[in-house]
Design a binder for this molecule. Structure first.
Ligand SMILES: NC(=O)c1ccc[n+]([C@@H]2O[C@H](COP(=O)([O-])OP(=O)(O)OC[C@H]3O[C@@H](n4cnc5c(N)ncnc54)[C@H](O)[C@@H]3O)[C@@H](O)[C@H]2O)c1
Length: 419
């Protein structure tokens, strides 16, 4: 196991530069090279590294020059959705492991290319799905594994985030989302809740998605926001956006479970990933932070409503050992601490040279939801078949690597070893 690894960063806008600061806090990580096609953003990344470490990373505007270096073990890619896979594939071919920011695929071919390149080069490709490491999601995973919900039957989640300003001002802010909302219509950002869902359902390890159906509402939210905030004469005020305001997607699993995803980014609303986990013993719902468990949740005779109770006490009782350790040692970083954990998990996989907790098959499955949902919507919400990126291996996979960042099992023994 390497003690120190060199990670190059490609794409240093809001997300990339924020994560860069945290990556530099991960033990044993050095960032000797930074890249963005915009010079000011690449320079900003240089400044972050210089300020935090005193070292001066090389600055690139062309990512291929960064990939040509032979001292880089892995790259972290935080570019736009439609550029992630190309860069990841080139990086694996150049002998680097890859962490890729979240986003969906534009085609199924793109997903296969990721899978085949990873298999051929032996380099891993990890979708950096930070929500897998969120505190509640990890506690719920622990509860699922302990059988608290019984057998899981149904799950739901969504990316429900008012991004009307970020999307509408995409040209002014050189941000990648706008063009996708103009041209596409589908579940554009499936992975935030799908990450935790796939791990609970054992997708690619004894289970898989077999089919998907998507439906899109009409599109009004962006036009209304633009008219109010940029005026009726602004050139996008009456633009006919392809992307529906609400896109709902249903997935069916080989083992019989169902999943509903909601994409909701262009209407006024509060942030929520609307996580829902439902089994034969009861359910958890993020909206309202409640839980209902048969035989546990107090139930008064004659109360036909079956009132739920607060989730908090269960979160404390079933806190994932990674979060117990993290809260003891000091939570830091963005998005409530989960960003630092996902970066630590990535860095650990680079140090040991493989088997990240989210592998290329998980990455391909999550990303594929986007282009499959676009196809389903284009076909009038027809069901579409979900490819098996493992080519049958989901039935009998090689074992996952156990450890403190493992997302397939709660490896309590590893925490005891550390204590
Ligand atoms: N996990 C999270 O919580 C989270 C949060 C925010 C953003 N993100 C994801 O991070 C990614 C980046 O988000 P952002 O808001 O910073 O987007 P952005 O559009 O502002 O930035 C993308 C950057 O990539 C650069 N880029 C594009 N193609 C490039 C290329 N070929 N070579 C070098 N640089 C290139 C662009 O110049 C730009 O600076 C997106 O995938 C987004 O979905 C994830």
């Amino acid at each position: 196991m390497k003690k120190v690894v060199n990670i190059g960063i490609i794409g240093t806008s809001g997300r990339g530069s924020g994560m860069l600061g945290e990556l530099l806090d991960v033990e044993g990580v050095k960032v000797p090279a930074v890249c963005d096609k915009y010079e000011d953003r690449a320079q900003h990344a240089f400044d972050i590294v210089k300020e935090k470490t005193g070292e001066e990373p090389a600055v690139y505007l062309d990512y291929k020059e960064l990939l040509a270096r032979d001292d880089i073990d892995a790259i972290y890619c935080a570019t736009t959705w439609i550029t992630h896979s190309r860069i990841a594939i080139d990086a694996m071919k150049a002998g680097k492991h890859v962490a890729m920011e979240v986003g969906g695929a534009a085609s199924i071919e793109e997903c296969w290319q990721l899978v085949r390149t990873s298999e051929e080069t032996g380099k891993f490709c990890m979708l950096l799905e930070n929500c897998c490491y969120d505190r509640n999601e990890m506690a719920i995973f622990n509860m699922v594994k302990k059988g608290v919900f019984g057998e899981i039957i149904h799950m739901a989640g969504g990316y429900q985030h008012d991004l009307r300003d970020e999307i509408s001002l995409g040209r002014e802010n050189r941000h990648g989302r706008l063009y996708n909302f103009q041209m596409r219509n589908g579940e554009l950002y499936p992975t935030h809740q799908l990450g935790p869902i796939t791990k609970v359902l054992g997708i690619n390890r004894g289970n898989r998605f077999v089919s998907l159906v998507s439906m899109a509402s009409k599109s009004r939210g962006l036009n209304e926001w633009i008219k109010k905030n940029k005026g009726e004469d602004y050139d996008l005020a009456d633009y006919s956006f392809n992307q529906g305001d609400i896109v709902t997607t249903m997935l069916k699993c080989a083992n019989g479970e169902t999943v509903v995803l909601t994409h909701d980014c262009s209407l006024p609303r509060n942030y929520s990933r609307a996580y829902r986990v439902q089994g034969t013993n009861g359910l958890y719902m993020e909206d309202g932070e409640t839980i209902y468990l048969e035989g546990k949740t107090a139930h008064e005779e004659g109360d036909w409503m079956h009132h739920a109770e607060d989730f908090e006490k269960y979160r404390d009782e079933y806190e994932h050992p990674l979060w117990q350790k993290y809260t003891r040692e000091g939570v830091h970083g963005g998005h409530g601490g989960m960003d630092f954990l996902v970066l630590s998990a990535f860095a650990e996989a680079v140090k040991v040279g493989g088997q990240p907790p989210i592998d290329v098959y998980d990455t391909a499955v999550m990303m594929a939801v986007t282009c499959l949902s676009e196809q389903s919507i284009a076909l009038g919400s027809a069901p579409v078949a979900f490819p098996d990126f493992t080519n049958g291996m989901w039935i009998d996979r090689e074992p996952y690597r156990r450890g403190i960042y493992c997302l397939d099992e709660v490896c309590e023994d590893y925490f005891k070893k550390e204590d």
